[in-house]
Design a protein around this ligand. Structure first.
Ligand SMILES: Cc1cc2nc3c(=O)[nH]c(=O)nc-3n(C[C@H](O)[C@H](O)[C@H](O)COP(=O)(O)OP(=O)(O)OC[C@H]3O[C@@H](n4cnc5c(N)ncnc54)[C@H](O)[C@@H]3O)c2cc1C
Ligand code: SF4
Ligand code: SF4
Length: 414
């Protein structure tokens, strides 16, 4: 990487020994300043490190580079004529799995945390980039370079808010870390891949999470306040494949709310602008992706993109109950109806939301078809949002695979 430093990156005083590379002459931006992607910034953390020097080319919101990223990471870009790759990205294998001994307190069964632990125990890596929580708030993310299995385990479970993962790059120089496993969501991984060749590392493994509809900490509060009975006791939640949001409270109580009963008028603005303009739902640049939405209820869904991804999976595969991916149902009518309902910001009464949820769960999309349902719904919504809020960005910002998916639906003309 040889591009010029971003003008807003403060140059550090030049020293004769380290005058060659842009990041050696740059300093992180001050927290709270206006970041180069402005309102579209997802707070990925790159600008909180000296690698801000490359922000113009590397930020997911300033420069979309899916093809180059996929080619660099996997040796080729996705085959747009292959439906599985069109939707889920470059792959050599897709499967569903559960840890036979789930990790208590993990988001699902804890495959991600177990992989991080095994990567350290086997000496594959010196550290794992993961996200802990602040001492006083369960939902405030604190990225860290974990050096021990205990530190990886204590970072289990989602912090469902924007997280500045890449700020920890600042700790790499002089740390002795030469081999790193980075866990992260799409926008973080796009920026990481773009600066990878300039990092002081001998090996980088990337374990990706699918991600959509993320929020600021304040946005999360609005969502919880308008959706759940006692927002202050929520310790875990997930949008699940049964079309309900499952909340777990600190006393162990489970509460579920149907997707179709959400207060859409109130929640329309709750998602971060970055996430309303994001098309990297399935984390195109990761070696291995671990999510849930392409699996049936209760199982996790894994996409191995390249040999490094398989190397990661090898660390835990004998601890998994593995099954092939499956697919059932027809998503298109539901997606088309959803586009119109969302646009009108319809809020359904709870009894009707429950009834629709019941039928959709019994007869609606499942497995990979549920994954495609979610991708179609979010890509069409985000294309509309971008067209209305950043029309100047539409042509360059929507990648070819997303354009092909969006073109299958009728979108409102204005
Ligand atoms: C914001 C967000 C949205 C997601 N949306 C979807 C989705 O729509 N569809 C889908 O299939 N999967 C989604 N996932 C992934 C899914 O919820 C699980 O995280 C994944 O399946 C792993 O489960 P696990 O039990 O193996 O994870 P665990 O073992 O519990 O580990 C969770 C890991 O997540 C990391 N993490 C926590 N918060 C963040 C954060 N804010 N940013 C980056 N990394 C973080 C931690 O470092 C930890 O290593 C999302 C994840 C996040 C963080
Ligand atoms: S998204 Fe990341 S790289 Fe882009 S401006 Fe924000 S912090 Fe910087
Ligand atoms: S939805 Fe996209 S932009 Fe938002 S946090 Fe997730 S990967 Fe980043």
């Amino acid at each position: 990487m040889t591009s010029a430093p971003h003008p807003s990156a403060t140059p550090a005083p030049a020293s004769p020994a380290s005058a060659s590379l842009p990041h050696e002459r740059a300093r992180p931006l001050g927290k709270g300043s206006v970041y180069p992607a402005k309102d579209l910034c997802s707070q990925c953390g790159l600008c909180d490190s000296r690698w801000v020097a490359y922000v113009k080319d590397s930020c997911a919101f300033l420069n979309q580079r899916f093809e180059a990223m996929e080619t660099g990471a996997h040796g080729r870009s996705r085959d747009l004529d292959n439906e599985d790759e069109l939707y889920f990205g470059v792959q050599q294998r897709m499967l569903t799995a559960r840890l036979r001994q789930p990790i208590a307190g993990a988001q699902w069964t804890g495959i991600v945390s177990r992989l991080g632990v095994r990567a350290l125990e086997t000496g594959l890596v010196d550290a794992v980039l993961c996200v802990g929580q602040s001492d006083d708030d369960r939902f405030t993310p604190v990225p860290r370079l974990a050096r021990t299995p205990e530190e990886v385990l204590s970072a289990r479970v989602n912090k469902p808010t924007l997280s500045p993962n890449l700020e920890v790059l600042e700790q790499l120089p002089g740390s002795g870390i030469r081999r790193l496993l980075a866990i992260g969501v799409g926008c973080q991984i796009q920026a990481l891949r773009a600066v990878q060749s300039t990092l002081p590392l001998d090996a980088l493994y990337v374990l990706g999470l699918p991600c959509v509809d993320n929020v600021s900490r304040q946005g999360l509060q609005t969502f919880l306040d308008s959706t759940v009975s006692s927002p202050e006791t929520v310790v875990h939640y997930e949008f699940m494949q049964d079309f309900r949001i499952h909340f777990r409270h600190s006393d162990g109580r489970e509460e579920t709310v149907p997707f179709f009963g959400l207060d859409t008028p109130k929640l329309k603005d709750v998602f971060a602008p970055s996430c309303l303009s994001c098309f990297d739902y399935t984390n195109a640049g990761a070696d291995l992706v671990v999510g849930y939405m392409g699996a049936t209820f209760g199982r996790q869904w894994l996409t191995v993109r390249n040999p490094k991804g398989q190397q990661l999976l090898d660390l835990v595969e004998d601890e998994l109950d593995v099954a092939p991916v499956t697919s059932r149902g027809q998503r298109q009518p539901a997606v088309q109806q959803g586009i119109e309902a969302y646009d009108k910001a319809v809020k359904l009464p709870l009894w009707l939301a429950d009834l629709i949820g019941f039928f959709v769960q019994r007869f609606g999309p499942q497995g990979l078809e549920y994954g495609r349902f979610s991708i179609d719904s979010h890509f069409t919504r985000n294309a509309l949002w971008l067209r209305r809020n950043h029309p100047e960005k539409v042509a360059a910002h929507i990648p070819a695979f997303a354009q092909r998916i969006i073109s299958r639906y009728r979108l409102p003309t204005r």
